[in-house]
Ligand binder design. Sequence first.
Ligand SMILES: Nc1ncnc2c1ncn2[C@@H]1O[C@H](COP(=O)(O)OP(=O)(O)OP(=O)(O)O)[C@@H](O)[C@H]1O
Ligand SMILES: [Mg+2]
Length: 248
Amino acid sequence: MSPPLLSVQGLHVSYGPIRALRGIDLQVHAGETVAIVGANGAGKTTLMKALSGLLPLAQGSARFLNHDIHHTPTHILAHAGMLHVPEGRGTLQRMAVEENLRLAWEIRPSAAPFESARDGVYQRFPRLQERCHQLAGNLSGGEQQMLAIARALMNRPQLLLLDEPSMGLSPRYRQELFQILADLRDSGLGILLVEQNVRSALRLAHRAHVLSQGVFTASGAAADMARDPAVVAGYLGHDPFNPNPATA
Ligand SMILES: Nc1ncnc2c1ncn2[C@@H]1O[C@H](COP(=O)(O)OP(=O)(O)OP(=O)(O)O)[C@@H](O)[C@H]1O
Ligand SMILES: [Mg+2]
């Protein structure tokens, strides 16, 4: 197997005296989707910020390809192909959809013109094309989430870090979003996803980790995790209409 895109060993991250992550080991290979699931405050966003270079590592190592994340600025990591779509989305609210895409493209212009990259993204997100002149700040929550992912795709990522992409979305948008993520997974992109929507995340991912109070408490193939009694009891709840959540 080729070396992983992302490789994390013994990672600790602190906020002053608070140790928010303790001893995280994690790998994401090319074409692989890995989900990290956990409750509020488990440390999911902290992990994403540390991996994209926004928070210092207190201990351990993290590499993206041949870049030591601890010593590489975020924009260099983005340029190298690791794109972080943050919690709360991070679009340029007072700019139109298309301007958002153009500015993202300019960070790492392709040999082909902007228009061809844009049209590729619009094919995946027809809803954004319909709203190309609308200000990002006036889009619905679901559309803003799609724009945030579309911006990351303009940078030709090898690895996407997605922090709770389904947060706050209606069931219809959530379903649409997970379908887009499944298409991206099937296109061979590496994806690291943190989610509270455990059922959908486990259905999407190849592998998963449960994060609880800063440590991984379970790890394995996502399909196995969806059948793990501890994961089912802790995160999936009892569904009287479907006693076997793996088939939900
Ligand atoms: N800037 C900060 N300063 C101090 N403590 C922080 C800071 N940011 C987060 N924490 C703490 O670190 C822990 C992990 O927070 P984090 O935001 O990573 O959790 P999360 O899993 O993303 O939660 P959520 O599902 O609510 O987004 C929490 O106890 C939180 O209170
Ligand atoms: Mg969070």
